[in-house]
Design a protein around this ligand. Sequence first.
Ligand SMILES: [Zn+2]
Length: 98
Amino acid sequence: MPSDEKRLKVKLILGEPLRYFVESSKEGEPDYLVDLSAYSGNGECNCKNFVIVKQKNIKTGKPLYSTHTRCKHIKRAVEYFANSTLKEISHEILKQKL
Ligand SMILES: [Zn+2]
């Protein structure tokens, strides 16, 4: 990720553990809806880049979970999901040790 790229905000959707709203990198643009359960966990997004480029790559057999098949919103949602899951699991492990 280029260093000038800002860290996009992620919003949770109540009762939808794998769906997130991820803010647009452009000021004033609406948030994008990311669903990480799509394509076996690769995720899908409603941004132009995903719909036009990434989805086509998925359909032509490019490897999932890669930069060919994930837009920046999906990458951000995956990062958020990984960090919050790691936090929960690490707290569980700590509790078991006490
Ligand atoms: Zn996107």
